[in-house]
Design a protein around this ligand. Structure first.
Ligand SMILES: [Zn+2]
Length: 97
């Protein structure tokens, strides 16, 4: 509920204005098996971006919302994680950085 509008606007932005979601290549981010790392650029602030890590089915993000558990879902998902869960579920092709 809290993040529905944010997610929708991020999805629209990604497709209509400029891609904001990318994935790091494994060697680029020193990832091990079962890990994937993504970067989501802020649509409000040009120089900001957030790193989202998927580690053997567990998600984490380096944004303040995730860190302080404010505006997150019951599972502790911030809007960035929710955006990625949505993209992966919908089969959206995420470009590499
Ligand atoms: Zn986040």
């Amino acid at each position: 509920m809290l993040n529905v509008i944010s997610i929708t606007s991020m999805v629209e932005y990604h497709f209509k204005v400029s891609p904001i979601v990318y994935e790091y290549a494994a060697e680029q981010a020193n990832l091990t098996e079962g890990q994937r790392m993504f970067i989501i650029k802020s649509i409000k602030r040009d120089n900001e971006s957030y790193n989202v890590l998927y580690d053997n089915s567990k998600w984490s993000c380096d944004c303040k919302s995730y860190k302080y558990k404010s505006g997150v879902t019951e599972e502790g998902y911030c809007k960035h994680i929710r955006l990625l869960v949505f993209f992966l579920k919908e089969g959206v092709v995420i470009p590499f950085v």
